[in-house]
Ligand binder design. Structure first.
Ligand SMILES: *Cc1c(COP(=O)(O)O)cnc(C)c1O
Length: 383
């Protein structure tokens, strides 16, 4: 499971921020080099066909599919997660035309909320209803067209029961859209078995696709053909190179593509995803739970650290977060000592747990570093 040697992680660094930006897979360097030299450099425009660039977005989607319990042909890639969430939300609203409310929670990542609000204000007549995470079930009523949630809270690491909430939303007659930013490659997700309607996620966090690598979008097989894409770009057209002025979407998930795909980023992502081939998500999860619990246990006797992540592993994603009034300074002091976590406003320090390149010794060392910074108040000293 541990593939640390397959990543370029600087010596002496314990990297607990792979939930924000995954590290560089060694293979990605090589793949990018070859794509530049042999494909773009040599083939020029002919590479769209000769090197298969044109089909790369869905080919890469097919590599993501097994990681989230989806079948081939149900996921495509491109754009950013903000855009993919908006496309999926719009598709969900079309499928539930008599209802006018989108339900989400106030712990959601702001871009999801901003994009939803922007879309709803533009089309008009809709309401975005944002409630406390604990009140979602109660707020599911006849008004709700789409339940739009992030599976794992980016700050607290709290994880919803995706299957249970999806079932409840369906019983309520609503469509569900899950943001998998902090789930894909981190926890077990069974999109198809759990009957999820739409999902989207980013690939630069736990999937290690590199800064700005394209997002992915999933639609339930039975729904794909019903989606009328409002971002009806030419790459979703059934025959883009006919340059026909009438938009006709492809029958498949490619209808969620928009414009020209970022080939170099896709190449890097494709190579990063190969590190997941043959890796079982239940095994990743098992180690992630073990390492997270270990970190919590090791720090449990420090009263000034307030655990924000649920103690019970089934309610937790693949991160451990603490609140502390000086979280920012403490995270900086840890970085100075080679342990990279991150800070999220207002007072959260966040440690991502990534079994592909973090092991038990890393967790013990990180805990020791944090303990000594707190004990010696190193964080007070400007560095
Ligand atoms: C990281 C993250 C995003 C980022 O969106 P981009 O469009 O890729 O910048 C969106 N939603 C959630 C929940 C995230 O954690």
């Amino acid at each position: 499971m541990n593939k640390k040697h397959e990543f370029d992680i600087p010596n002496g660094i314990i990297y607990l921020d792979g939930n924000s930006l995954g590290p560089l897979p060694k293979s990605s360097r090589l793949v990018l080099d070859l794509a530049l030299k042999n494909e773009w450099g040599e083939m020029l425009i002919t590479a769209w066909n000769r090197a298969g660039w044109i089909d790369l977005p869905t080919k890469v989607g097919d590599l993501i599919a097994p990681i989230v319990g989806a079948s081939a042909g149900t996921i495509t890639t491109g754009d950013t997660l903000s855009i993919k969430m908006m496309q999926a939300l719009h598709a969900g609203l079309q499928l539930c035309p008599d209802r006018k409310v989108v339900l989400s929670d106030n712990g959601n990542f702001p871009t999801d909320i901003y994009m939803a609000k922007g879309l709803l204000d533009t089309i008009g007549g809709y309401e975005l209803r944002v409630v406390d995470p604990g009140k979602i079930e109660h707020a599911l009523n006849d008004d709700v067209a789409v339940l739009m949630l992030t599976h794992v809270d980016y700050r607290t690491g709290k994880m919803y029961d995706m299957k249970d909430l999806t079932d409840k939303a369906h019983l309520n007659g609503s469509i569900v859209l899950w943001d998998l930013a902090h789930s894909v490659g981190a926890v077990e997700v069974e999109l198809e078995n759990w009957n999820v309607d739409f999902a989207a996620g980013c690939t630069y966090k736990f999937l290690n696709g590199g800064p700005g690598s394209p997002a992915f979008i999933y639609a339930k097989p039975s729904l794909i053909g019903q989606i009328k894409p409002f971002m009806s770009g030419w790459m979703g057209h059934v025959s883009p190179f006919s340059f026909d002025l009438d938009y006709r979407p492809t029958p498949g998930i490619e209808r969620m593509r928009v414009g020209t795909p970022p080939i170099l980023q896709l190449k890097v992502l494709e190579s990063a995803l190969k590190l997941f081939s043959g890796v079982k998500m239940n095994e990743v999860r098992e180690i992630s739970v073990k390492l997270s619990s270990l970190l919590i246990d090791l720090l449990d006797d420090i009263p000034e650290l307030k655990l924000s992540t649920p103690r019970e592993s089934k309610f937790r994603g693949s991160q451990v977060s603490y609140s502390h009034p000086h979280a920012y300074q403490i995270v900086q002091a840890m970085i100075d000592e080679g342990v990279i976590g991150d800070f999220r406003a207002p007072d959260i320090m966040r440690f991502g747990i990534t079994p592909l390149y973090i092991n038990e010794q890393d967790i013990r060392n990180a805990a020791e570093t944090l303990r000594s910074i707190l004990k010696n108040k190193t964080w007070v000293m400007p560095s």
